[in-house]
Design a protein around this ligand. Structure first.
Ligand SMILES: *Cc1c(COP(=O)(O)O)cnc(C)c1O
Length: 360
């Protein structure tokens, strides 16, 4: 098989070694006479794999015992509801940084459940920039401050994070988790869908500071209650078994390739190749503030939409998939998640230069 060059934003490219491991073990897991996806989540075979997965997750991100880690279903999107349900207390506000599609969706859901305050709204700059982390201060009666570390559609990424003092900080890291070291201690909760940088769709990772659970609203239904999930270590109901298994293999791959520091090195190198190509010609334009350029999702524009369409079509003929920008913003976008080989970024840069020579 000739593998396509996969720049999809999610679901997205996986390490080929992991796909091969999944294939080799799909029918029979470790000589145990059945597949991992046929085994009960209450049995030893799943549980030992799950424990290893969580241990590796903690090790690679340096997560202390003050936090619980587990996986839920429902996508990152379910968290847009669960967070305000659990933590937006009556008589207080929640601060949201409106930084683009994903943070805004979370904020819009929170508004239906309580009072929301906007410290920042990127609307005026069309969501191409972010506030200075050092300037961000939560409001006096804030239940939590919420941000999205990497706007997957807008292509902007926080380079460092605000210090919110005693106000809990909550972050959606769906599209840049494990792409760089993170000081988890700055946050009270970090979550994200695994389908960008960690595995197949179906699981959402939750990193929950135990002390945040003391500030929870009461009277929550079972699945909506983070305290219950913490108590049951994510096994209150059937977890997304296949997705978790694949995440464990991806984490092993990340560890083998230098951990979060190794991933950061790759991300700096890969995104640097594309930004250099974009910056070195007036034919390509990056619409985002250079200070906050994402290393995962590189958005760029050509002189007109006809050329952009032609670019996507010609790229596809050369086996390069997923370069069309999100339907809500148009333009072009290349997602360079951890598993995308550097060669595929070099190939895209070459294709861009060639396309400019022919059409510029
Ligand atoms: C993809 C994405 C989501 C939504 O994830 P689902 O699993 O589809 O609900 C949320 N936030 C960010 C930053 C994303 O990239």
């Amino acid at each position: 098989m000739e593998r396509k060059k996969n720049y999809f934003a999610g679901p997205s490219v996986m390490p080929v070694e992991v796909l091969e491991q999944l294939r080799d073990q799909m029918v029979e897991y470790n000589n145990q006479g059945l597949s991992m996806i046929e085994a009960s989540h209450r049995g030893g075979m799943f549980e030992s794999m799950y424990d290893e997965c969580l241990a590796l997750f903690r090790e690679l991100l340096g997560i202390s015992d003050e936090y619980d880690v587990y996986f839920l279903g429902g996508g990152a999107t379910l968290q847009f509801t669960m967070i305000p349900m659990n933590f937006l207390r009556p008589g207080t506000v929640a601060d949201y940084i409106r930084s683009g599609t994903w943070a805004n969706k979370a904020a819009d859901d929170a508004e239906k459940l309580g009072k929301v305050n906007y410290y920042y709204d990127g609307k005026a700059n069309k969501y191409t920039s972010l506030p200075d982390a050092k300037q961000v201060k939560p409001s006096a009666n804030s239940s939590y401050l919420y941000l999205c570390s990497n706007e997957t559609i807008g292509g902007i990424e926080w380079q460092d994070f605000p210090d919110t003092g005693s106000v809990p900080l909550i972050g959606d890291m769906s599209s840049d988790i494990f792409s760089r070291p993170v000081d988890v201690n700055k946050f009270d909760m970090i979550y994200g869908g695994v389908q960008k940088n960690l595995g197949p769709a179906g699981a959402t990772f939750i990193i929950m500071k135990k002390s945040l659970l003391e500030k929870q609203n009461s009277n929550l239904t079972a699945y909506m209650d983070y305290k219950l999930h913490s108590k049951e270590k994510g096994l209150y109901n059937t977890p997304p078994v296949f997705s978790i298994w694949a995440v464990k293999l991806v984490l092993e791959w990340i560890k083998k390739n230098g951990g979060t520091e190794g991933m950061q090195k790759r991300a700096v190198e890969k995104s640097g190749i594309l930004y250099k190509t974009i910056d070195s010609s007036p034919f390509f334009k990056s619409p985002v503030d250079p200070t906050f350029r994402s290393k995962m999702n590189i958005v760029f524009r050509l002189p007109n939409e006809e050329l952009e369409e032609q670019f996507v079509n010609e790229a596809k003929k050369q086996g390069m998939l997923g370069l069309k920008g999100h339907r809500s913003v148009g333009g072009l976008r290349a997602s360079l998640y951890n598993a995308l080989p550097t060669e595929d970024v070099v190939a895209l840069a070459e294709f861009m230069k060639e396309f400019e020579r022919k059409n510029g």
